[in-house]
Design a binder for this molecule. Structure first.
Ligand code: FES
Length: 230
């Protein structure tokens, strides 16, 4: 059991959770979090937002019963962390961009600890959050779009490596933009699929890929954009 240090609302329904004690993790990996005994049955997969010394942070949006229970956690409460799981981001080559939609911005903050000069594109449907933190974390440019389509701001030919995370329609659009632009960049999508076990045993997180079905938790959550069938 780990201990909640803080659980702060940063926008309506969006919380930044700091927990003491963790087993490390690479950029793009996730933990399975649980703050209850038996019900709801499943733990919730949440991306690593940041790690410093013995503190790990998560950014999550209240989207159901489990995350609603997380939102009621207070300093000193116990929480169970299992992980880190999944394949994180590979090291980029050349000029790099991160494109995040909504809560999909979360894994890029920790990634900027290693890749400090990436351009960052943050798209929000209504309320923005963590923008100042991203501006401080990168020496590259930060672009913000609220209520529009963040992908319209991105020149896909200006980068060698592009990482994206957000809702499936956005990731599908990334795949289309890659084809339309003829971009030679290596483009990765990080999938936020529903998960149950988190370790490749249950198939709940199945992803259709060009060479068959894969598991978001164990084979991903990061995939090359071109290999996923949306
Ligand atoms: Fe069980 Fe991925 S969550 S196989």
């Amino acid at each position: 059991m780990a201990e909640v240090l803080s659980n702060v609302q940063v926008a309506p329904g969006v919380f930044r959770l700091a927990v003491k004690g963790h087993d490390g993790g690479r950029m793009g990996q996730f933990y399975m979090l649980r703050a209850w005994d038996r019900y709801p049955l499943l733990s919730r997969p949440i991306s690593i937002f940041d790690i410093s010394r013995d503190v790990i942070e998560f950014l999550y949006i209240v989207a159901g019963e489990g995350t609603e229970m997380f939102s009621r956690l207070e300093t000193g409460d116990p929480i169970s962390l299992e992980g880190p799981f999944g394949n994180g981001f590979e090291k980029p080559t050349g000029k790099t961009a991160f494109i995040g939609g909504g809560i999909g911005i979360a894994p890029f903050y920790y990634a900027l600890r290693e890749i400090k000069n990436a351009d960052v594109y943050l798209g929000f449907s209504r309320d923005s959050y963590m923008v100042d933190e991203f501006r401080k974390a990168t020496t590259g440019n930060v672009y913000v779009d609220i209520g529009g389509i963040i992908l319209n701001s991105v020149d896909f030919n200006a980068y060698d490596t592009i990482y994206t995370c957000g809702p499936h329609p956005m990731l599908h659009a990334v795949q289309r933009k890659q084809i339309e632009s003829g971009s030679k960049a290596k483009i990765y999508v990080s999938l936020e699929n529903r998960m149950a076990c988190g370790i490749g045993a249950c198939l709940v997180c199945s992803v259709k890929c060009k060479d068959g079905r894969k598991k978001a938790c164990a084979d991903g959550p990061v995939f090359l954009a071109e290999e996923v069938v949306f």
